[in-house]
Design a protein around this ligand. Sequence first.
Ligand SMILES: C[S@@+](CC[C@H](N)C(=O)[O-])C[C@H]1O[C@@H](n2cnc3c(N)ncnc32)[C@H](O)[C@@H]1O
Length: 487
Amino acid sequence: MALYVKAAEILEKAEKKQGALKTLVYDSKFNNVKQLFALVFETHKFSAVLEEIISTTKLLKLTRLKLPQAKVLVYDLLLGHGLKCGGAWKAALLKNRARLQAALARIKVRQGVCNNQDLIPANGPQDQRPLPRYVRVNTLKTSVADTVDYLKREGFTYLGQARTVEDLTLKGTHFVQDMDIPEILIFSPKTDFHNHFLYKAGHLILQDKASCLPAHVLHPPPGSVVLDACAAPGNKTSHLAALMENRGRLLALDLDAKRLSTMSTLLLRAGVTCQTLRHQDFLKVDPQSAEYREVEYILLDPSCSGSGMVCLRDDSDTDPARLSSLAAFQLKCLKHALSFPRVNRLVYSTCSVHRQENEDVVSACLQENNHFRLVPVLPQWPEHGLPPLSQCLRASPSSTRTHGFFVAMLQRHSETDVALGGSLSPSLSTPLVSVPESEVSDTEDQPEPTSDSTDQTGPGPALKKRRRKRKRKKKNKTSGASGLTTQ
Ligand SMILES: C[S@@+](CC[C@H](N)C(=O)[O-])C[C@H]1O[C@@H](n2cnc3c(N)ncnc32)[C@H](O)[C@@H]1O
């Protein structure tokens, strides 16, 4: 028991960045430091998976263990060499062993891995695979149906709408429609649209799927008053404008003049007309002023470590001092955003994988703002916020085939209460799988829509064939190796 007590203590400190793991272990004066170090080090490596297992099995509620204690015990029970303690903790863990094992098995099936080692985020082979090419159809200029037809005529092969994350692994000229955000089309990683006419004309926006989540989740209706607080270079702003159908007021601020000027060009190309750009420090904006007091929706995507960006990972994104200072800035921004008198709904997002910039910021802010609460979004999404913030979304190369990302939606209490009674907005209640009709077309360059629309509302024959093939393959393989290796 002493081993687990000490290991949990050190793990907690290390994960709160209160010291380097090795130093904390050696300073502990524990009589078997080697054993202690191995346990804490290994538990830390599997931290995200362990948190998911503990959260989905509700282990903390069932056992009254604290999270770090549960983590070290579950690590040894499921992934290590077995429990090395007796007493109440051992009894509690053994009582829940089957549920814990089932939760681990589900994660492995979902991630398509056989070995426990492959669950470690940074080293897992899943992370090494190139990400699919995501393209957002700019519905201010065209429709998904028209874009699909255009690309089909150019020689691309449309496989219909994806149903699972496995369908996002594509080869050659194959492409699919996304299952979560209908205006996203997905291509094989090597597809390059930079010189494509549709991109140059602003019909397509090259944007990772995870980065489309904030606007999609916030979903301001046409005619609303929206603030994009840290907006440049503006991909999320143009997504918001598309959802608002260019109607209403979209205030977009940024501190960086150069980025704002890039943004202005991008918005022009995307046909955005409902925006007001301001070169301004968001923290200095007066929420009560005439320009801002009517704001109902806020998208807050502040500067962060960028640790979720697969191509940008380096050591600086884990520097504790930098993380603390970013988290302090993010918290300040979030608190300020909640002080806007008429704001009803706010989305906070980062492209960071660090709890400190994500769940910790949201929790700290909500503690001081009890008139707002977290709202669960996209129930089908595979990765959620770290416990207890399971209402939030997380994205990662292995679970969603995107960059690492975090999204939280906060809503003012009164509206949430009504919403939970049954009048949720489309972004909260509707399973977002339908393809928009080819309703918007404001350029001469649009191809004629074809009547072949059936293959855009469900899987096409080719995708069905792939699924049948995968099912056959699965039958012949062990359960862990399902479908992710088709590339
Ligand atoms: C993560 S980027 C935003 C990306 C943008 N939302 C998009 O989708 O293209 C963060 C932005 O916040 C801006 N920023 C940082 N501090 C700010 C502040 N105090 N007020 C306004 N903007 C700020 C940065 O200049 C940067 O452009």
